[in-house]
Write a protein that binds this ligand. Structure first.
Ligand code: FMN
Length: 325
């Protein structure tokens, strides 16, 4: 049988995956994407319900600042979203982002108390998310965000035990995971999104060491996301080889052949499709039923997803017939 024939059998994408007590119905993940919609209101809930209804196995809700949980966001307000996604048969996690000090304050100016506050915010946020019924949380440690900056020699110039040597640069990410694990049930999933790089102030070997440590600390799924959508998704493979937990690969995975090849070659356990699922949330169902010609393919124009995001507008897709289906 030729390679092509083997590859056009898409069934590997639709094998379920058990992670602790959570069953993912297939290998397709909605990666976190800021929608500029209120995730506690009808608009946001409708957005995520549509994605779940399209057939994805795991929906990761967009980057949500941890400090929002200290200023009013609560389990009660998130429960409707969680129930709606579960109702459609998908598991649901939420990405947690640290922005209180954000990009305006240099890492070396963060005090011990600031760091303690970030850790406490993460633990509180995770507890609320568990109470809301989420299956897991994902600290955002990728794409140059705060936790990623702590890991990078280029961005982290601290002289204390949060900077310098690799174990120090891993410290905050690890402590956050440990803090969450102490706060939630053993069965509650912790994902971690990380960007392996060679040129970001650390090496792929550093990322491997970090991933191993995070898994020791209680991470259940490593979400490996390149720094930009211009980079290949192959960065998941070295992490997949190094850790004993499921790994997500992302970036242009909406080509079913590429998605299948990634799983078949054991370069990842799960594939995430971002813009492709914005263009057509029914991608999973259509591919599973062999209706490939019906898939509305993402044009990678970024006009109304990234484009709207940069204008502060709710994200959409140029291919939608209606502004908001
Ligand atoms: C509109 C938009 C918002 C995004 N927001 C986030 C985010 O909140 N957190 C994150 O880690 N990545 C975010 N991303 C990156 C995606 O999760 C994903 O990694 C990226 O789009 C590449 O996958 P794709 O080629 O399938 O679109 C965003 C991407 C888009 C298009």
């Amino acid at each position: 049988m030729s390679q092509q024939q083997v590859r056009s059998d898409y069934s590997i994408l639709f094998r379920s995956l058990q992670v602790k007590s959570v069953t993912l119905r297939n290998r397709i993940v909605v990666p976190p994407m800021v929608t500029k919609r209120d995730i506690t209101g009808p608009d946001g809930i409708q957005w995520y319900t549509r994605l779940a209804r399209g057939g994805a196995g795991l929906v990761i809700v967009e980057a949500t600042p941890v400090d929002w949980f200290a200023s009013g966001l609560s389990a009660g307000k998130l429960r409707k979203l969680v129930d709606a996604v579960h109702q459609e048969g998908a598991a649901i996690a939420i990405q947690l982002l640290s922005v209180p000090f954000g990009f305006s304050v240099a890492l070396q100016d963060l005090s011990r108390m600031d760091i303690e506050r970030i850790r406490a915010y993460y633990a509180t946020a995770a507890r609320e998310c568990q109470n809301a019924g989420f299956d897991g949380v994902e600290p955002h440690g990728a794409h140059g965000n705060v936790l990623n900056q702590f890991f990078s020699l280029l961005r982290n110039l601290r002289q204390d035990d949060y900077g310098g040597a690799l174990p120090n640069r891993m410290r905050l990410g690890r402590e956050i995971v440990q803090g969450i694990r102490d706060e939630v049930d053993e069965e509650f999933l912790i994902l971690y999104r990380h960007t392996p790089r060679e040129d970001g102030g650390y090496t792929i070997d550093d990322s491997i060491a970090f991933a191993r440590a995070l898994v020791d600390d209680g991470v259940d799924i490593m979400d490996i996301s390149p720094a930009s959508d211009k980079e290949p998704a192959d960065l998941a493979a070295p992490i997949k080889q190094a850790v004993d937990c499921p790994v997500i690969a992302v970036n242009d995975m909406d080509d079913p052949e590429r998605a299948v090849a990634t799983l078949q070659d054991n370069r990842a356990d799960l594939i995430a499709i971002g813009r492709g699922l914005i263009a057509d949330s029914e991608w999973p169902r259509k591919v599973s039923e062999g209706r490939l010609d019906e898939v509305v393919k993402c044009l990678k124009c970024d006009e109304k997803c990234h484009g709207n995001l940069s204008k502060g507008l709710p994200i959409e897709c140029v291919q939608w017939a209606e502004p908001d289906p």
